[in-house]
Design a protein around this ligand. Structure first.
Ligand code: DAH
Length: 355
């Protein structure tokens, strides 16, 4: 057997066991690489007698051509096999039934935020948002909170650094500051969002939700505040008559300040909002303090207005009869499928908020 025949039969034996691109690459190097068997044969040409050289060169070229073709053919086969493997693995059976128990629901807190936004946008408020991580300045100082105010205490506030310059906002009120620095008056905004305090029991969670309201314009009075809250409460609880009372209170960022209670009674062990001889506190409010306006460069001789803040989770609990706040944040699917809402049923005032 000649050298070329030997090379040919070794090659044929080897190419049958080639399965991957890597195998093929190795085979190619073995025969056509710098020291490959075919390459070596070309190097012997120079030493041959002219007569023999011609025949040998022609045989060698034939074999080179033949083996190269086989390599190309194999490469094509490997690629095709890879593609059909991939297709087989990625196959999706579109005729499989859906899994009805995995249908999503809207969380009561999200639902209530949508309801509140619908109610306030009906009377000209715009929804604004702010970051959860706030500066100590926006959260306290700009809101006229004294250096020694108990709310700044380490026990209530999650500070993010030792020097206390950054924190997790303890209320949505700092967004008042951001909104007023961003634009010129008048302002008529609501701000829903997450807030944080170092507190946890049946009615307090370290992360909870608040809604802030702010209306600044020429000639806005406490009468407007009362009218606005009266409208909101009735729309939100979807009842015609609700007793409401304003109690004098104190917040550093408002003067005068008030807390608002609504009337309720217990019927069949359930809270009924509206009439009755019991009172439930639901929000804090007041006329924005001139110092706050000064801090955001709004002329308090020309502009004034009201602000309010309320707990969204508490409103959701009252409206939908949920009695443990902690359940809101446990991500229990059974709880959500009971208290959650249909994703396609978006709340609007004219269609009814929650029905
Ligand atoms: N920021 C207050 C709190 O978290 C709530 C509040 C009270 C907000 C009065 C206001 C306000 O805008 O005027 O307890």
């Amino acid at each position: 057997m000649s050298d070329l025949d030997k090379i040919n039969s070794i090659f044929n034996a080897k190419i049958d066991s080639v399965k991957t691109k890597e195998d093929l690459k190795n085979l190619k190097t073995e025969f056509f690489g710098k020291n490959g068997q075919i390459t070596q044969q070309f190097k012997t040409l120079g030493a041959l007698e002219p007569e023999k050289r011609k025949d040998f060169a022609s045989n060698l070229n034939k074999i080179k051509y033949d083996l190269s073709n086989q390599i190309e053919q194999k490469s094509f086969e490997i690629e095709n096999a890879e593609i059909s493997d991939k297709l087989k693995n990625e196959k999706v059976d579109v005729t499989l039934p859906i899994r009805p128990y995995q249908l999503g629901k809207i969380h009561p807190v999200s639902q209530v935020i949508d309801e509140i936004s619908a109610i306030f946008s009906e009377v000209g408020f715009t929804v604004v948002e702010g970051p959860d991580v706030e500066t100590e300045y926006n959260n306290f100082t700009a809101l006229n909170t004294p250096e020694d105010h108990p709310a700044r205490d380490m026990h209530d506030t999650f500070y993010l650094e030792k020097n206390k310059k950054l924190l997790l906002r303890t209320h949505t009120s700092p967004v008042q500051i951001r909104a007023m620095l961003d634009e010129k008056p008048p302002f008529k905004i609501i701000v829903p969002g997450r807030t944080y305090r170092c507190d946890s029991d049946q009615t307090h969670a370290p992360m909870f939700h608040q809604l802030e309201g702010l209306h600044i314009d020429k000639n806005i009075t406490m009468g407007h505040l009362k009218g606005c809250l009266d409208y909101f409460i009735k729309e939100f609880f979807e009842v015609k008559n609700i007793k409401m009372r304003f109690r004098p209170s104190h917040f550093p960022f408002t003067e005068p300040s008030a807390e608002v209670d609504i009337g309720y009674r217990i019927e069949n062990e359930k809270i009924v909002i509206g009439e009755g001889n019991k009172w439930l506190e639901i929000l804090g409010c007041g006329m924005v303090h001139p110092n706050v306006l000064k801090n955001v460069k709004v002329d308090s001789k020309k502009y004034q207005g009201f602000a309010f803040g309320m707990g969204i989770d508490r409103l959701a609990m009252l409206k939908y009869g949920i009695n443990d706040l902690r359940a809101f944040f446990e991500s229990d699917y059974r709880w959500l499928s009971h208290f959650g809402f249909d994703p396609l049923d978006v709340p609007t005032n004219y269609r009814g908020l929650s029905k």
